[in-house]
Design a protein. Structure first.
Length: 437
């Protein structure tokens, strides 16, 4: 093993033996090299005469650039658009995003957490977490209403094993099912919580999050080691007052030495910049001798994984996100778009629970995000999806045999009622066909 990896492992184990035990074999082997990047960083500080270190082409005081590229970039300096970014991301962006996290998540003010690390969106962050903590056969615990890409990321790429528990009771999140799944699981579990949930669009209440915290704490006190990952992709898009308005991350961090937390969030949905692929990974420290030493060592591990994968996240995307966050108008602009989405969600709520539709579907709880789900009755969800698409030109997502996901985020409000009406009529049509056969 590389000496740099060994040193990071010593630092992690000395501060938190349980965090060290959570690392995968790959995670223990990862390190951030003291090679070209570190030498280049030193040169930027001290090479006042000539600097011939990094693999970029320069002209004058800036990067070599093509006018046909620069002509399409307005308000961003060439160096902030075209040069390589640091492996962990632009320092100023990381600082500003941390301030945003603290402003919007009061519980994070009471826990020790690291500086956000820039990722190529949340999917990249999920993969990095797997690289550091999952060996083949390790268990990932998820609610059974889950984003299908988790299986590609963890089962197909890394050979880990996804277990699920029941997501909802009639009234909300099934805390008892989570508690039972943790208690009956192996010594090491990665618990992945995605709220607001994709596909169902549910954000739990504060009491439900406190119930999740108690379930994790009980498992840890019983000797389990738990890595809690919060996938906060749709953070902030919460439309009903009963839902908690902050990430569960802050309430789950620092609760026990055997619990390590990771927060994944990003500009993707929060700033409506899906194609910029700008996300963040933030560690929450368990009780440790020196949390700063632990967090710094874990950050170096992630930087090694980034360096060995994508090298760094795009500079231009980071600069655009930073410019938006520093704009005086960004708060009002976000609020305007939030209100549009909230109005669409409220229209869906008004329509989808109508008594006339009860023979066609039940509705999963939803109060946030981009999506909602219905459980269709008497028909196969995939048959319904295909029939809607081919006969009526309506595109929806089928999940399993019973569930249909509706992305109200991409529906104009006036289209909500006609959409559910055609779904209802098509279900009735297929139900009648099934009855005749």
């Amino acid at each position: 093993m590389n000496p740099l990896a060994e040193e990071l492992n010593r630092q992690i184990e000395s501060q938190s033996p349980d965090a060290y035990a959570l690392l995968s074999a790959r995670g223990r082997a990862l390190y951030f090299p003291k090679g070209i990047l570190s030498q280049t960083a030193e040169a930027r500080e001290k090479a006042h005469r000539f600097n011939a270190t990094i693999g970029e082409a320069t002209e004058g005081d800036g990067p070599m650039a093509l006018p046909s590229v620069l002509s399409h970039i307005q308000g961003i300096a060439p160096a902030d658009a075209l040069r390589y970014a640091p492996a962990a991301g632009k320092p100023e962006l990381r600082r500003v995003w941390r301030e945003k996290q603290l402003e919007e998540n009061p519980a994070m003010r009471d826990c020790k957490f690291g500086n956000p690390i820039v990722t190529s969106a949340i999917t990249h962050g999920l993969s990095l977490v797997g690289d550091l903590f999952l060996d083949p056969g390790d268990r990932i615990l998820l609610p059974d209403k889950l984003w299908g890409n988790y299986r590609l990321i963890y089962e197909v790429r890394l050979g880990a094993r996804i277990d699920t528990f029941n997501t909802y009771t009639e009234s909300g999140f099934d805390v008892a099912a989570l508690r039972e799944a943790l208690a009956n699981g192996p010594e090491k579990t990665m618990l992945l919580l995605n709220f607001p949930n994709n596909p169902t669009g549910y954000m739990p209440t504060r009491d439900e999050v406190l119930g999740m915290r108690d379930a994790v704490l009980e498992a840890a006190e019983a000797g389990k080691r738990v890595l809690v990952v919060t996938d906060d992709a749709y953070f902030g898009l919460i439309y009903e007052d009963e839902a908690i308005k902050e990430s569960p991350f802050g309430l789950l961090s620092g609760i026990h030495p055997r619990v390590l937390t990771v927060k994944l969030d990003g500009a993707t949905k929060e700033l409506f910049v899906w194609g910029l692929r700008c996300g963040f990974l933030t560690y929450g420290a368990p009780p440790a001798v020196d949390a700063d030493v632990l967090l710094n060592a874990l950050e170096k591990k992630i930087m090694g994984a980034i360096r060995g994968g994508v090298s760094n996240s795009p500079q231009l995307s980071q600069s655009l996100v930073l410019a938006a966050l520093q704009s005086d108008q960004v708060g009002a602009e976000r609020e305007e778009k939030f209100n549009i989405l909230k109005s669409r969600a409220q229209k869906v709520r008004e329509v989808v629970y109508r008594e006339k539709y009860s023979p066609s579907w039940d509705v999963y709880p939803f109060n946030a995000g981009y999506f909602m789900c219905i459980r269709v009755k008497g028909v196969d969800a995939e048959d319904l999806r295909i029939h809607l698409l081919e006969r009526y030109g309506v595109g929806l997502i089928s999940i399993g045999k019973t569930d249909i996901r509706v992305a109200f985020s991409c529906l104009e409000e006036v289209d909500v009622e006609p959409l559910f009406e055609v779904v209802h009529e098509t279900i009735r049509e297929l139900q009648a066909r099934e009855a005749r056969s």
